[in-house]
Each structure stands twice: as C-alpha cells, then as structure tokens.
Design a protein around this ligand. Structure first.
Ligand SMILES: *Cc1c(COP(=O)(O)O)cnc(C)c1O
Length: 357
C-alpha cells in the first residue's frame, strides 16, 4: 500500500537523553490509517504529530473498543537501528483486535508501516545506554454514533516516544503487592488481549499498591483468587529449587513477547522451565522453606525486573535478600545484549530498520 508522507515544517529539538523518562516526548510525525467495511484499510498516511480529531460519540470513548501494542527500536553500537521481534507484536495486535471485533491488519502491511515510520523517525532513536524509541501502535472503533452495534469505522495510529533507561540507578529489585480483592481478568474475558479496558479494570488496585509504597500489583486468578497470574504490565517468573515456573497462558494472562523470549532463552541455557498453574500457597510454602530463590517480572519496558519483596495480606517476604539473583541477571544481560545489538543475535530475533532514503 502507498503511504502518503507529509513532513512537518516545524521539527522539534531532540530532548536531552539523560532526562527522557517514559512516554513524555514524542517524535515529529505520526502514522494514521482508516478502515471501513466498504473500503477496507485505506488512506495510509504519515503526518506531523498533532492532536487527533474525534467525534464526541466515537465508539472508543464510550464502549472501550481499543487495542494497543508496545515495542521498541534500539540503537546498536554501529549506529544502526533495529526492532525486537516486531512480527510477534503485529500478530498479537491482530489476536487482540479479533477479540474486540476490530479489523485486523495484514501482517506485511503492518510491517511495512512500522519499517516506513521508524525509518523516517530514526534520528529520534536515542543512543545513551538503556535508552530506546518506544513505539505505540493502537487501533480503535471510531463510528460517530452512540448505538451499540458492529464497528464499521476504525482507525489505526502509530506514535513513537524516545524513552530513558528503566534502570537509572542500576537494577533495583521492586516491591510487589499481591492483590486479594480486585481482579484484572477472567477466563473468557479480555485478559489475553492487549486492550485499554484491562488497564481500566486494574487502576484501583494499582493506586492502592502505590499508596502503600509498592511499585506494582501481582494479580491472582479471577475465579478462586488462588493462582498467580501476572504483574501489572509484566509477566512473572519464579525460580523454586531448580525449576523456573511461570503461569500457563490460560486466556486471562497477557502472552508477553518478553515472557516467550525468556522461556526460549532459559530452556536453551539448560534450565527447566514449567508453564503451569502456581498457587499463592505453593509460593508461600516455597518462600517459608527458603526454596524460592529468585523472582522477576518480564516485559518490554523493563525487560527483566527482579522482585525483592512480596506482600500478601499482612505478610511480607523478602526474596534473595532483596537483591537481583544470578539467573535474573544473566537473563537480563542476554536479552538486552540482543536487543541493543551488543551480542550476537543467535535467535534471529532482531529486525533491521531500513536506512533513510
Ligand atoms: C504488554 C504487557 C505485558 C508484557 O508484554 P511484552 O510483550 O513482553 O511487552 C504483560 N502484561 C500486560 C498486562 C501487558 O499489557
């Protein structure tokens, strides 16, 4: 498909790379494309970054028809730019879209859009250690009336934000609170879809955890509140004795691309990795008996985030003396090494971004 490009005549100065933070700055352009049943996807265009114009009755504003993705473009030591497993984000976005009855995007077209957009904005990919260009594709229902009905008009948008290192002062283990009241998702719901609505459901518990000084919530299953699901915006892994356990994908958990990559790398390195149910009771027993050696979250933003403390009801446990464990550290080094092009990509996971033409 032809992508029409309208360049800005007011390019912005790039922000200071030591003060990027997350999602505060945006590049000079954005990508937009519309869908209607009659025309399919059409009017693919890159335009100067600006506010979106929406009808006040637009479906997304009332009925939550929205899915999104999150991936990064990395600057390698030789100055080139690459993405990490972008095809997996495209496939997941289509699975999310299917769940919300939003139109899917052909994989080749979605890849062409990513390549064209990131190539155009590649000067915005920062180069300080740990920094990257965060890419946020999102897709939403955009019909201009309030009746509940099949979505006809949808819009796909891609924006990009240069982001700082998640670990400004080294990798500090995080404190996590197990949530016992609110649930994030149930089987049959939208837990496996990356959609804004899941975050809406998570807000209250997240706020409560923050007020108590915890960085994120660890969710339990929505039916029995007994089995571990995932952390805020990360999947979770536990090393119990010599087994690495991560909750199985039963429909209510987001299938993370970092999770999948961790599992593949760990198995290759000879670790025993089990995708299975794990209850809080099992976790607590392992903690009490000193068999829970390491725990970490994994997701695109932090890559791998060691968990130093877990709270459940009135009990608080420290894991590995609140320090990052050896397996967590090695996993972090291997994954970040591949993503930033500092070590060999033995898995062919990286995708070079075409040079600017
Ligand atoms: C995006 C996300 C993750 C992590 O997925 P990655 O593909 O590894 O970035 C985990 N949980 C939730 C709820 C998410 O939205």
């Amino acid at each position: 498909m032809e992508i029409k490009i309208t360049l800005t005549d007011k390019p912005h100065a790039k922000p200071d790379e030591s003060a990027l933070g997350f999602g505060k700055f945006f590049t000079d352009h954005m990508f937009l494309m519309d869908y209607t049943e009659e025309l399919g996807w059409h009017d693919a265009r890159i335009v100067p970054f600006a506010n979106l114009e929406l009808h006040p009755a637009a479906t997304v504003l009332h009925y939550g028809a929205e899915v999104f993705e999150g991936l990064k473009a990395y600057r390698t030591p030789n100055g080139k730019v690459q993405m990490f497993r972008p095809i997996e984000n495209i496939r997941r976005m289509n699975r999310s879209a299917e769940r919300l009855c939003l139109p899917e995007i052909d994989e080749d077209l979605a890849m062409q859009i990513l390549d064209t957009f990131v190539s155009l904005e590649q000067d915005w990919v920062p180069s300080a250690p740990g920094t990257s260009l965060y890419l946020r594709p999102f897709l939403f229902g955009n019909d201009p009336f309030l009746g509940l009905h099949t979505i006809n008009h949808s819009t796909y948008v891609l924006i990009a934000s240069p982001v700082g290192s998640y670990y400004k002062d080294g990798i500090n283990p995080v404190r996590i609170m197990i949530e016992t009241e609110d649930v994030r998702a149930v089987r049959g719901g939208t837990g496996y879809a990356k959609c804004g609505g899941n975050y809406g459901a998570s807000n209250r518990a997240g706020k409560k955890a923050e007020e108590k000084g915890y960085s994120q919530v660890l969710w339990l299953d929505g039916v029995e509140r007994k089995y571990i699901e995932e952390v805020g915006a990360m999947n979770v892994m536990f090393m119990i004795d010599d087994e690495i356990v991560t909750p199985a994908l039963t429909g209510s958990i987001l299938p993370g691309i970092t999770r999948m990559s961790c599992i593949e790398l760990l198995r290759k390195q000879g670790y025993r990795v089990s995708e299975r149910q794990i209850s809080v009771d099992e976790l607590w027993t392992a903690l009490a008996e000193g068999r829970l050696k390491e725990a970490w979250g994994c997701g695109t933003a932090a890559v791998v985030s060691p968990i130093g403390e877990l709270a459940y009801k009135d009990q608080i446990y420290t894991i590995n003396d609140g320090k990052i464990g050896a397996v967590t550290q090695k996993l972090y080094d291997t994954l970040t090494g591949i993503q930033w092009g500092k070590c060999e990509d033995t898995e062919s996971w990286t995708h070079p971004v075409p040079a600017k033409n």
